[in-house]
Design a binder for this molecule. Structure first.
Ligand code: HEC
Length: 174
């Protein structure tokens, strides 16, 4: 929103600057007039670039996506993740993540990768043409992050009746 305002405000600022400079520079020598236009013009462009970068950074901060999702250990987050898992995921992945229609989520083998980003991406976007739907339509970004973290922590729990490994061995970085 602010970004758009800034972008469309730029031509206005340029026009204003031009009018102002024309008045101030009218009686100057031609070479001085030239510099008088070019330098403030560049300064305005530079200021726009700087502001625009800062705004992008601000907009990105606090947003959860597959780039910014992180491993969290707050009990409240994990509890939230468990509640989501228990209501939405158990039917296909088993009460303890042991696997059923969907793969086992407690072992070291992953079809789509076992990093927090991989898990988040799978949950967010789903796997086309499989029963694993994209959850971005029914879970908020925070909820996707919470359930990703809940699953991330199921590793090594080794529940009974575990489904055999599927996918490739994912070695978690220290
Ligand atoms: C209707 C059944 C179904 C439900 C409900 C379901 N899944 Fe899945 N899920 C699957 C299937 C099937 C796959 C494997 C797809 C494939 O083989 O390509 C999968 C794959 C996954 C994977 C990737 C596993 C890997 O090895 O890479 C994750 C993570 C996952 N699901 C998490 C969840 C979470 C979290 C929920 C609840 C919010 C959920 N699933 C709900 C069926 C389901």
């Amino acid at each position: 929103m602010l970004h758009t305002l800034l972008f469309w405000g730029l031509p206005l600022l340029f026009a204003g600057l031009l009018v102002w400079l024309r008045r101030r520079l009218a009686s100057r020598k031609p070479w001085l007039r030239m510099i008088g236009y070019v330098v403030p013009g560049y300064a305005l462009l530079g200021a726009y670039q700087l502001l625009s970068d800062r705004l992008s950074a601000l907009e990105k901060a606090g947003r959860i996506d597959e780039e910014t999702v992180t491993v969290l250990s707050e009990p409240a987050v994990l509890q939230q993740g468990k509640t989501i898992y228990d209501t939405r995921c158990v039917s296909c992945h088993g009460a303890q993540g042991e696997g059923a229609v969907g793969p086992n989520l407690t072992d070291d083998y992953w079809i789509y990768g076992g990093s927090i980003r991989d898990i988040f991406r799978t949950i967010r976007h789903g796997i086309p043409n499989t029963p694993m739907v994209a959850w971005k339509h029914s879970l908020t970004d925070e909820e996707q992050q919470a359930v990703s973290n809940y699953i991330y922590r199921l590793r090594g729990t080794n529940p009974p009746n575990s489904k055999p490994p599927q996918g490739f061995l994912y070695v978690r970085g220290k």
